[in-house]
Design a protein around this ligand. Structure first.
Ligand code: 5GP
Ligand code: MN
Length: 359
């Protein structure tokens, strides 16, 4: 449904754009691409998110215009008084975070642009497709329906970043000839090159981040005859390496890259609970498994935030695995409750994370 969205853009002046907690490349790229488009059309635009950007996205053109929601009167007034609010790359009030309720209660027309399953029912208009490679692809469709001539270097860079990060650098199953045509169009119209973008995103690791990776790889554990693997990032490992938690982005893919592993998990301990990243290959779907723990996402990439301690979370999530993965031919669930040896092993993993010196 692009036409009603185009009419809405033409008819209104005050826009707000927001996206999900801990925004990734697709979230911020889609937000900035759409924001730049609206500004070029002379609109007033506020981009307001619950969380600050990851360190490797701070180079994106226009990021200084992206605000973190602090609940100020000015921010509340702009949200409540907007004509139109775009929610990109997420489809639920909880995932929007601190400004979720303000967005939902706003008198604005609420427009969803997203590729996740199961949108909530409070959006007035939607442009969504679960088969889309990224939300960036959907924003590209809106911009080209308006006027492809509006694509400049800033928009092209934002959307290239969105599509590239959400497709794992053009390798996931959502990638087809059409996605490559979109990318080719962005490179041409924006007159941009891929190399500096890939360098800025992936070749900017810190020493602290690499030390955290080393400690995390040491916690690698395989279960269910090697079909499920997981790793752990503890608070202590974060503190002792001095790495920022956003530097764990992509760690889970090392587990998934192991031959024979169908599902991979990364458990990250935070002050308020445990963040779990779920990834899988092929027909092993993880979204219902993540939903069972209050999270959600895509069939092969999901996440959840569980307000329980690290060890308890690991136990519960691993124990539930056979109910959501096709592991029926594996040992019954009861046998996957942890034995004393497993408990000891889990403690030793946490020890590796705690005691190994970062030097
Ligand atoms: P990640 O593991 O990279 O944080 O998240 C992978 C995907 O899972 C995200 O793109 C998002 O779709 C989804 N996701 C992550 N965390 C949550 C969560 O707490 N709730 C829901 N509903 N989805 C999440
Ligand atoms: Mn996305």
């Amino acid at each position: 449904m692009i036409e009603p969205i185009i009419s809405l853009i033409h008819a209104h002046e005050r826009f707000v754009i927001t996206t999900h907690l801990r925004p990734d490349g697709d979230a911020v790229g889609s937000e900035l691409g759409l924001g730049r488009l609206l500004k070029k059309l002379g609109k007033s635009v506020s981009m307001i998110n619950s969380d600050r950007l990851a360190y490797n996205l701070s180079w994106l053109p226009g990021v200084s215009d992206v605000e973190v929601f602090e609940g100020s009167l000015s921010q509340r007034e702009r949200i409540a008084g907007a004509d139109v609010i775009f929610v990109v790359d997420t489809n639920g009030v909880a995932r929007i975070g601190k400004l979720g309720q303000a967005v939902r209660n706003s008198g604005a027309v609420k427009v969803l642009i997203d590729h996740h399953p199961g949108p909530e029912d409070w959006f007035d208009l939607m442009h969504r497709r679960e088969s889309a490679s990224s939300t960036g692809e959907l924003v590209y469709e809106i911009i080209t329906a308006l006027d492809p001539g509006l694509i400049d270097a800033e928009i092209a860079t934002a959307l290239y970043t969105a599509i590239m990060t959400d497709t794992g650098s053009f390798r996931y199953s959502t990638v087809n000839a059409r996605v490559h045509r979109i990318v080719a169009d962005l490179l041409e119209r924006g007159d941009i090159r891929p190399t500096p973008i890939h360098t800025a995103l992936f070749d900017t690791r810190t020493v602290e981040g690499l030390r955290l990776l080393s400690r995390t790889l040491d916690t690698l554990t395989l279960r269910y005859r090697g079909r499920l693997g997981y790793m752990i990032v503890s608070q202590r490992a974060l503190r002792e390496t001095g790495a920022d938690v956003s530097e764990t982005e992509g760690f889970v893919n090392y587990v998934l890259s192991i031959e024979g592993v169908e599902a991979a998990l990364l458990f990250t301990e935070t002050e308020r609970g445990t963040k779990v990243s779920f990834r899988s290959k092929g027909a092993a779907f993880v979204h219902e498994w993540a939903q069972h723990f209050g999270g959600g996402g895509h069939r092969n990439a999901s996440g959840a935030f569980i307000t329980r301690p690290l060890e308890e979370t690991i136990r519960e999530v691993i124990r539930a695995a056979p109910r959501f993965l096709a592991l029926e031919d594996e040992a019954p669930v009861e046998d996957e409750t942890l034995s004393p040896e497993d408990e000891a092993y889990l403690s030793s993993l946490l020890d590796i994370q705690s005691k190994k010196s970062p030097s």
